[in-house]
Design a protein. Structure first.
Length: 266
């Protein structure tokens, strides 16, 4: 453990411009591109898209209520899932099905559609669930040909030619963090997320996410979409598109096992 801590410190000091900035502040800055505030209501669309054609092969909708980023309720809107809700806290993840007498305990890796799982939709912040254990300069990236996937939700990717990048190595802090480890490539210019590799407990990489270019909004510059690609899958990707970010502070009682099943959402 001591050896790893010294290694992480060496990496932090070695990266110009990052040594004076505490890693938690850096992660918060990256997170601000995903969801700029922590008590909000967000609409999330998840699509399966064929590449390179851009043809959609499935789509589900969700409404996410965040409480200070550490707790969330996911309301499912698609006809096949309507009425279902998920509660995510630092301690557990619960699924409410209208026909069930009580909520069921599930894992954040529970699949929703394609490569998107419950944790991807319900945990829209990394800050609080992860900590930065190392930072390093990154080599140039070669993004796979998936422009059609971004265009399916009217987004575009940031050009990467000659764009300086850094990697944040994240380690889970909570029991319900979706992945034990995430490697995040960010812009060395403005700290916007560019790519993320998501790992399982075994150390195997589960999938890669490619973030679209930040877009100007009333809440600031926001990255609205991430395209997930499974290492084993070809010809199909999953797009998670966030939109309609609105301030929405709910009582703490909503984010409890009893409260999330009884609350009447708009």
């Amino acid at each position: 453990m001591l050896r790893f801590a010294l290694f992480a410190l060496a990496l932090l000091v070695a990266v110009p411009g990052l040594a004076a900035e505490p890693p938690p502040d850096l992660l918060a800055r990256v997170d601000a591109y995903r969801i700029p505030r922590k008590d909000v209501r967000v609409t999330v669309d998840v699509l399966e898209v064929e590449v390179p054609s851009g043809q959609r092969s499935g789509e589900h909708g969700y409404r996410v209520f965040l409480n200070n980023a550490s707790e969330s309720v996911v309301e499912m809107l698609s006809p096949v899932e309507r009425g279902r809700r998920v509660l995510m806290t630092d301690d557990a993840v619960w699924l409410h099905i209208p026909t069930s007498a009580r909520p069921l305990r599930i894992t954040p890796l529970q699949r929703l559609l394609g490569q998107a799982n419950t944790g991807d939709v319900g945990r829209l912040h990394w800050d609080g669930s992860y900590r930065v254990v190392a930072v390093e300069d990154a080599a140039a990236l070669d993004r796979p040909p998936m422009e059609a996937a971004a265009e399916a939700v009217a987004e575009r990717f940031r050009p990467l030619t000659d764009h300086p990048l850094r990697i944040l190595h994240l380690e889970a802090l909570t029991a319900t963090a979706t992945y034990p480890r995430i490697d995040v490539w960010i812009s060395a210019v403005d700290s916007a997320p560019v790519r993320a590799d998501y790992f399982l407990t075994s150390g195997k990489r589960l999938k890669t996410g490619w973030f679209t270019e930040p877009q100007v909004s009333a809440q600031g510059d926001i990255v609205r979409a991430v395209v997930f690609q499974d290492d084993a899958a070809t010809g199909r990707v999953t797009v998670m598109h966030t939109k309609d970010v609105t301030d929405d502070r709910r009582p703490r009682s909503v984010f409890t096992v009893r409260g999330f099943t009884e609350e009447v959402f708009p």
